[in-house]
Each structure stands twice: as structure tokens, then as C-alpha cells.
Design a protein around this ligand. Structure first.
Ligand code: SAM
Length: 278
């Protein structure tokens, strides 16, 4: 597997970053892991599909998103729109610490996950706006050119899966996401096997992206990140799609005249895609 990141960059700084980006009890749990074990967890996190969930993951991903935000929008007072956050709070956790008073908006359709996210972010020092709707309808909720960054933090796969479920009448709004995941994977598998995945997903995804580009400021950036969970592979996710999701989407977005790819050093194109408005 192409590593998510260069392991050697992190051993010297991860402990300090964990202190910055984890809250008291999470930092205590992080510190309780012996040093060599922490580093071995970090190496696995970067170099293998993810199968362990520990405070090391939280410290790394928060520190990494801090780098992303410093890179794509160094000014303070950022307005960021996350798509398909689920209940993953790594981006608002970073914004609250590095840019207090900034504005975090999420378009997240699934009700149980949205409720869980609200609980996680309720005490953070930033403005949080939760849009419980399909991101394709974003123009009903946000003004044109009102957002500095649009982020898909491991969210592209979820959007594609929801598009396919929608076509087949499988509920992804009220249902338990993890209980529905085997059905999603089955649909994705079938679409790949029958060679219909591209035709059935790409137009809806590109149309959604066009709606998002319309709410992005002229100098704004769309950030897409991906990494692999081992569980999805074990449950039959087509490995070629799971691994190459970003390269596949990169080919798709070449059809959109509204955006162009921009490249930032230190972010491997296998796992990251950055788009600027044209
Ligand atoms: C498993 S969670 C995502 C978790 C997070 N991105 C991560 O992997 O760390 C999947 C979420 O994507 C959301 N989602 C998928 N397509 C969406 C869309 N078009 N608009 C809004 N939310 C969407 C679902 O509603 C659900 O809350």
C-alpha cells in the first residue's frame, strides 16, 4: 500500500501535537500507551489499511488536518463546509483549537450520526451549523461564494455509496449506517462486477460537486481525503475501488470546467485531491 504519509516526519512531534489536539482524558489515554507501542501504532496507521482505533489515530488525524487547513487557508476566521462528516469530529476539533471563533458547517444527512456529532462538538469554541440534508441541495442552505474550504474527510466513498443506495431505495438517512454497510458494499460490488458503477454514480457525484463549487469563494479550495479501513475489505468492498477512489474521482473531475486540481507538497495524490475554482 502507498503510505498515507511519511512516517519519519512524526515521531519527534506527535506527543506535543497530541497534547495540543486531544482533550484531557484522551491525552491521558494516549500517554498511557507505551512510547514504542505508540510509534508502532502510528506506523501501522500510515502503512496498512486501518484496523486499530486508538488515541494515536485521533492525535495523528487531527494534527494532519491542522496541516491541511494551514496549507489551504492560512488566514484566521475560516468558514469550512464538511460533506458527509458522519460523527467524525476531527476537523471541528482542530478548528476550535487553531482558529477559535471560526465557522464549521456540515452537510450530513444521516440522523443518528448527526445526533452523535452534535453531542461531540457542543462544547467546542466555534460556531457549528449542522445541515441535516443531502449536500446536493446546498444552494438551499448557503449563499453563493460563502465558504473558504469544502472538505470531504474520508467522505467521498460515503457520498458515492449513498448515491447508489438512493437509486435502489435503500434508506441511509434514518437507518443505522453500520447496519446498512453490508448492503452498501453488496451494491457497490455488483455495480463494479456489472461495469455500471461509473455510469450510475459519476453524473450525480459531479452534479453534487458543481453545487458545492457554487458556494465556494473564488479563492477557496475543495479538499478530498481517503484512507482504507480493513473492515470494508473484509466485508467485500472491491479492493481496486477502495484503494483507488481518489485517482478515480480525479479522472471524473477533469470533466468539470468549474474547477482544476491544485497540488500541495506533502500530500500524496493517492490519498488527497485538492480542487480550486476555475
Ligand atoms: C460513515 S459516515 C462518514 C464518516 C466520516 N466521513 C469518516 O469516514 O470519518 C457517512 C455519512 O455520510 C453522509 N452522506 C453521504 N452522502 C451524503 C450527501 N450527499 N449529503 C450529506 N451527507 C451525506 C451520511 O448521511 C452519513 O452521515
Amino acid at each position: 500500500m502507498i503510505p498515507l504519509d511519511r512516517y519519519a516526519r512524526w515521531p519527534d512531534t506527535l506527543d506535543a501535537l497530541a497534547r495540543t489536539y486531544l482533550d484531557g482524558s484522551d491525552f491521558k489515554a494516549y500517554s498511557a500507551i507505551p512510547g514504542p507501542e505508540r510509534l508502532s501504532q502510528l506506523k501501522n496507521l500510515l502503512e496498512k489499511p486501518i484496523s486499530q482505533f486508538t488515541p494515536v489515530n485521533d492525535a495523528y488525524f487531527r494534527a494532519r488536518w491542522a496541516e491541511v487547513l494551514r496549507t489551504v487557508h492560512p488566514a484566521s476566521g475560516t468558514t469550512l463546509l464538511e460533506i458527509a462528516s458522519g460523527d467524525a469530529d476531527m476537523i471541528p476539533q482542530v478548528m476550535a483549537r487553531d482558529d477559535p471563533g471560526s465557522r464549521y458547517i456540515t452537510a450530513n444527512a444521516n440522523r443518528p450520526l448527526t445526533a452523535s456529532l452534535r453531542r461531540k462538538v457542543k462544547d467546542l469554541a466555534l460556531e457549528v451549523v449542522v445541515i441535516e440534508d443531502d449536500a446536493a441541495t446546498i444552494s438551499r442552505h448557503l449563499a453563493p461564494e460563502s465558504v473558504d474550504v469544502v472538505a470531504f474527510q474520508h467522505g467521498v466513498n460515503d457520498v458515492l455509496q449513498a448515491i447508489l443506495c438512493d437509486r435502489e431505495g435503500v434508506d441511509t438517512v434514518q437507518s443505522d449506517w453500520m447496519e446498512t454497510l453490508p448492503t452498501m458494499i453488496e451494491i457497490v460490488r455488483r455495480e463494479i462486477d456489472q461495469n455500471t458503477f461509473d455510469a450510475n454514480v459519476r453524473p450525480s457525484f459531479l452534479s453534487l460537486l458543481q453545487s458545492l463549487l457554487a458556494v465556494l469563494r473564488q479563492d477557496g479550495v475543495v479538499v478530498m481525503s481517503h484512507y482504507m479501513f480493513q473492515l470494508d475489505l473484509d466485508w467485500g468492498y472491491p479492493p481496486e475501488l477502495w484503494q483507488d477512489l481518489i485517482p478515480i474521482v480525479r479522472e471524473w473531475v477533469k470533466d468539470l470546467p468549474e474547477c482544476r486540481e491544485v497540488v500541495f507538497e506533502g500530500f500524496d495524490p493517492q490519498w488527497w485531491l485538492f480542487l480550486a475554482r476555475e
